[in-house]
Design a protein around this ligand. Structure first.
Ligand SMILES: *[C@@H]1O[C@H](CO)[C@@H](O)[C@H](O)[C@H]1NC(C)=O
Length: 323
């Protein structure tokens, strides 16, 4: 490579999810609705969790932050994908592509660590209930959130350091709806074998180790509650099944795509939908429909809003306080 003029590709062509005109129109409608639900649902969680004093506990603090990451996670590629359903020619600039790679690894890395933090929180609550308040204090919660972002950041910088200098000079067609690292390395015009190994090792260490920690914590929790009452078992199981569902839907596709990236399967882009669309939507569904504290808080929030609206309609001069 002569270095100076090796990167001649200035934009990439995305093939999107489908090439059929009717199917794209259908996807446009469905994904627009799903995206709207993701944003509204997760915003509702954040607002409820921050405004209701009874939900100021570590579990909801972490949940609110998970909702925030979910919004980010679903927003780095989905809006462009939705707009692209209506575009005949779907392109993305080289820098746009690098930005997508940066964000996907930042958010997925962060989300993985945050899921571990949430499992740890449940572990302390269920297995060490008497020390819960001292162990999961405000400072620890904040540290866990900051650590998630820090790990995501280090992870994405290391992934990018393998990628930004790759020369792209030939084909520029990406068979997906966003720029995804395993597919990009395949387009580089040099033998990317070593880089692929580095990417696998990097993603593999993060996803497998967090998955391992999650599994261990769930097993320990289940073994611990086994010796308690069957009511405790049932409660723990209902909380855990929600966690396990999120974790499986999130880690399954990530591990599948990134731990075997040497061969990219057509199914990879469908799997990518799981962590960009399905896990972000699961959170609001699981935590709003199944959690009665959350439901009560939301009901209160809505009635309070309605009431304050009525009052402000009656007298425009006295501003009713929210509390
Ligand atoms: C998320 O974490 C940050 C920093 O630790 C905190 O200030 C914020 O209140 C959290 N968000 C929610 C919705 O709980």
């Amino acid at each position: 490579m002569d270095g100076t003029n090796s990167s001649v590709v200035s934009e990439f062509v995305l093939l999107g999810l489908s090439s059929s005109q009717e199917l794209q129109l259908f996807f446009f409608v469905v994904f627009s609705m799903l995206y709207g639900m993701i944003i509204l649902g997760n915003l509702l969680i954040i607002i409820t969790v921050t405004s209701d004093a009874r939900l100021h506990s570590p579990m909801y603090f972490l949940l609110g932050n998970l909702s925030f990451i979910d919004i980010c996670q679903s927003s780095f590629a989905t809006p462009k994908m939705i707009a692209d359903f209506l575009n005949e020619h779907k392109t993305i600039s080289f820098n746009g592509c690098i930005a997508q790679i940066f964000f996907i690894h930042l958010f997925t890395g962060g989300e993985m660590v945050l899921l571990v933090s949430m499992a740890y929180d449940r572990y302390v609550a269920i297995c060490k209930p008497l020390h819960y308040v001292t162990i999961m204090n405000q400072q620890v919660c904040t540290t866990l959130v900051l650590a998630s972002w820090a790990v995501g950041f280090v992870h994405t910088l290391s992934q990018l350091s393998f990628t930004v200098n790759l020369p792209f000079c030939g084909p520029n067609v990406v068979d997906s709806f966003f720029c995804d690292l395993p597919r990009m390395t395949k387009l580089a015009c040099l033998d990317s074998y070593t880089i692929e190994i580095l990417i696998v090792v990097n993603s593999g260490i993060l996803s497998l180790s967090t998955f391992f920690l999650l599994s261990i914590s769930y097993i320990v929790i289940l073994v611990t509650v086994q010796y308690k009452s069957s009511a405790a078992m049932a409660k723990a199981f209902s909380t855990l099944s929600a966690h396990i569902m999120v974790v499986t839907l999130f880690f399954g596709p990530c591990i599948f795509i990134y731990v075997w990236p040497f061969t990219t399967y057509p199914v990879d882009k469908v799997l990518a939908i799981f962590y960009t669309i399905f896990t972000p939507i699961l959170n609001p569904i699981i935590y709003t429909l199944r959690n009665k504290d959350m439901k009560a808080a939301m009901r209160k929030l809505v009635t309070r809003k309605l009431k304050s609206k009525k009052i402000s309609e009656i007298s425009l001069i006295t501003r009713p306080s929210l509390y």
